[in-house]
Design a protein around this ligand. Structure first.
Ligand SMILES: Cc1ncc(COP(=O)(O)O)c(C=O)c1O
Length: 383
């Protein structure tokens, strides 16, 4: 291919990012799209475990031993020692009595809410207005009344509970632990206090928090130093852990309820390679706390750099930052300018990104200081 033609193709590709931008390597600090390497700030493989050699070797060994899947649900003959090992490791990792491994993170919210219904644990849902699609679905499918409260606003939550919760009824407070777009942490300590006051419970979707925040990477409740029988959470292995599938750790009787419910008992379990990857990913994160320290350092470096440019970025060590500009076209233009410098960030239209979308940057533990500084200096040049 002539150089001119190649350049034209890349320009076309940049013009039509969604259609033509194909990932051709594992996600990482450097990721290949359409034959070209980019400094990648667009994904959720926070520790690059999706391409870690130990993770991949364990996935290959599991594939050879178990085949693609057990081809039968857990309620039939589909349980393998590997799936049990994932659940046992997760129970230990999250310091809970038990854990259940589901086919996806998306399903964890529905499975948990279904279990709360079966155990008659709540009457009315109060959900953060921009909680993830999976939490939104779960609350709608509950068949119970659902009220939205303003994003992160525990005062509004309490006002709505006082207004809409009839006497002797119990609220279920639903939120993301870390919100995917801006990386904000839910005030779970405040939600827990409100749940206690009204004899209710809290459910957090921890897809972006597990393996990331908390002293041992156990997520938002650990971040706030909380553990209680009315606090529940679930997450995914597909982000920090380099694997795939959903996980709900918790107390034995609650986990048993989920194991027996239709979402879990009527589905083929996670494929063996993904299960082995999740298991190895958890073990690696547990035995290498320095991964998390590096991630937190990178998050601080990125956010400090953004603040110097006048972009709002909080002081937490969550590795996600996002902001909006005047118009969608301005944001798309900035994204494309960075692509020309071989840097990928996201322009994203997603729940929580607002009507015209947002620019979003995610940093990994494996990004070098030079990569982060280069991103900041390119942003400075463009903005
Ligand atoms: C907050 C949140 N919950 C749930 C999910 C779904 O998880 P999974 O991709 O494992 O189905 C995502 C995925 O992006 C997410 O961001």
């Amino acid at each position: 291919m002539t150089r001119l033609k190649a350049e034209r193709e890349i320009t076309d590709m940049i013009e039509n990012i969604e259609e033509k931008f194909l990932m051709e390597s594992a996600p990482g600090a450097v990721t290949t799209f359409n034959g070209k390497e980019y400094s990648y700030f667009g994904g959720t493989s926070y520790y690059e475990l999706h391409k870690n050699e130990q993770v991949i070797n364990s996935a290959i060994a599991a594939l050879k031993k178990y085949g693609i899947t057990s081809s039968s649900s857990r309620s039939s003959y589909g349980t393998t020692q590997l799936l049990l090992d994932v659940e046992q490791e997760a129970a230990q990792y999250f310091n809970c009595e038990d854990a259940v491994y589901l086919a996806s993170g998306f399903l964890t919210d529905m499975a948990a809410v279904q279990a709360f219904i079966n155990k008659n644990m709540f009457d009315i849902v109060f959900i953060d207005e921009i909680s993830h699609y999976s939490n939104d679905y779960a609350s709608k499918l509950s068949g119970k009344p659902v009220y939205k409260f303003s994003h992160l606003d525990y005062n509004d939550l309490e006002t709505k509970i006082a207004k809409y919760l009839p006497p002797n009824k119990k609220p279920l407070i639903i939120s993301d632990g870390i919100f995917p777009i801006h990386g904000r942490i839910a005030p779970a300590d405040k939600y827990a206090a409100i749940a206690n006051k009204y004899n209710g419970l809290v459910w957090l979707d921890e897809a972006h928090a597990l393996g990331i925040i908390g002293e041992k990477g156990r997520g938002t409740f650990e971040h706030f130093g909380m553990q209680s029988t009315n606090l529940f959470f679930g997450g995914t292995f597909s982000k920090a852990f380099g694997g795939f599938g959903g996980i709900i750790p918790g107390e034995k009787s609650f986990i048993k309820e989920i194991r027996n419910n239709q979402i879990q008992s009527g589905a083929t379990p996670v494929p063996s390679a993904a299960a082995a990857a999740s298991l190895t990913g958890m073990r690696l994160l547990k035995s290498n706390p320095q991964f998390r320290i590096k991630l937190w350092e990178n998050a601080k470096r990125l956010k400090a750099g953004l603040r110097q440019l006048g972009i709002e970025a909080d002081e937490t060590h969550v590795p996600i930052a996002a902001w909006t500009m005047k118009s969608k076209s301005e944001m798309e233009k900035l994204q494309k300018e960075l692509l020309k410098k071989n840097i990928v960030i996201q322009f994203i239209q997603y729940v929580g990104a607002g009507d015209s979308g947002a620019l979003r940057i995610v940093v990994f533990s494996t990004h070098t200081a030079e990569q982060i500084d280069n991103l900041i200096s390119e942003l400075k040049r463009i903005i």
